[in-house]
Write a protein that binds this ligand. Sequence first.
Ligand code: SF4
Ligand code: SF4
Length: 236
Amino acid sequence: MCSGRVDLEFVLRAFSNGMDGVLIGACRLNECNYITHGNYHALTMALLCKKIMEHIGLNPERLRIEFMSSAEGNRFAEVMSEFGNNVKEIGPLGNGKGEGVEQKELKSRLAEVRKLIPYIKLVKNEKLASRLVKPEEYDQLFTKEEIDKLFSEVISYYIDPEKCQACMTCAKRCPVEAIISAKNQIHVIEQEKCIKCGTCFEVCPPKFRAVTKIPGGPVPPPIPEEKRTIVRKKKE
Ligand code: SF4
Ligand code: SF4
């Protein structure tokens, strides 16, 4: 219904599925049918996505956003034809102009980035809500250095086995079931499943503060299964 609904995930999924190009057709800016002006969101998302594409070795010209009204059939035809030709000129995904990434490596980079989408959206929330008025501002919204830093400083979450009291709050709230949870068992985050949303950090009761943030660096190994049981003192 609205270009504002086109998520970063949709675009990156298309590339993961082997599409050579993605075109987002949005209503003209300031002519959105909704008070949310979703097309501005689509624009900032596309600008961010282009920088992410550069970061993983894809030509950002494979993604394009165009603003047009549904009455502009001719313009739509022209844009489609021009974009189709541009994508053909760039060449096959991963092996096109300015690229050179093996298919297996490309798939793995795309999978890594897609896993981090909730984190990326959380960290870049303010900029994603920008309403860019002048096209000159487009290229400045996200810089290469900023995106490189974003990925080099990804925050990981870790449950301190010394502090966890197995209250199970974090496991109930984790959106992707990334926390190994059982009654009276120290909880453990499965790093492979974790999408870095930070919910466990937010909901762990202040009296325990068992979840810690680890920026960039390696996460300690999980406590062995046989050492996870919490022995509680019986009340007298
Ligand atoms: S940060 Fe915590 S709540 Fe979010 S996905 Fe990872 S383990 Fe789950
Ligand atoms: S919310 Fe905190 S104390 Fe409770 S199980 Fe999770 S990490 Fe442990």
